[in-house]
Design a protein around this ligand. Sequence first.
Ligand SMILES: [Fe+2]
Ligand SMILES: [Fe+2]
Length: 249
Amino acid sequence: MPYIIQISDTHLFGDKNRKINGSNSYENLKLVLNHIAALNERPELIIVTGDLSQDCTFESYQFLSNLLDKTGIKYYFLPGNHDDVDILNKVFDFQWIKNEADYSIEFKNYLFYIIDTSLYPNDYGELSGAQLLKFEKYLNENKNKQTIVFMHHHPILIESPWLDAMMLKQADKFNSIIKNHPQIKAVLFGHIHQVVEQKINGTYYASAPATCYQALAKTKMFTVEKHTPGYRIIEINGDKFNTKVIWVE
Ligand SMILES: [Fe+2]
Ligand SMILES: [Fe+2]
């Protein structure tokens, strides 16, 4: 069955030995990619949902590009709140320009819509009026195509006030668009370094774990969760999709 992978929050440094909250983000990403390379069937795509770098150095983005290139699997990505797109644009061919960069990928019976919620250096998520208009227009023009949206920030409350303070600012507007377009089967995001999965009005909202460190769920303040890295698999089976999280031991 064809499937793709979502990885998120790689938080790489320009120095491969640096740790973040006790985890070596470079080594952890390597573990995750090796795990993916060892899967029985090869994924057709990898989508990285933001917070690619922790220090926004040119080298950190180069490390990411090198590691992803080495897998030989086609990949796409979008920026998170930790990413300086001006540096990112120097490493990757793709040019991230707010309001213009959102794009879509056709995959089997599905469309994947990649939307940029980052507004560096702010931690919260931001979708401009122009982005929302473009998104709605796109959905209206593709009503008969099942769609999965990929983004960095969470558009739903997750009961951790410190994280909910940096969720997508325009969540109400965004979710009303989702509700009005039943072709959207899932909204997949990162940013929260933990797994949430919820079905709202028939749409599946879910996060991918981080590849670096995880955060404990439902906490008043940031607390590291001692947990291995993980990633999400999305299987496309005709008109249906299936998704699950894989933890890397
Ligand atoms: Fe992150
Ligand atoms: Fe983030």
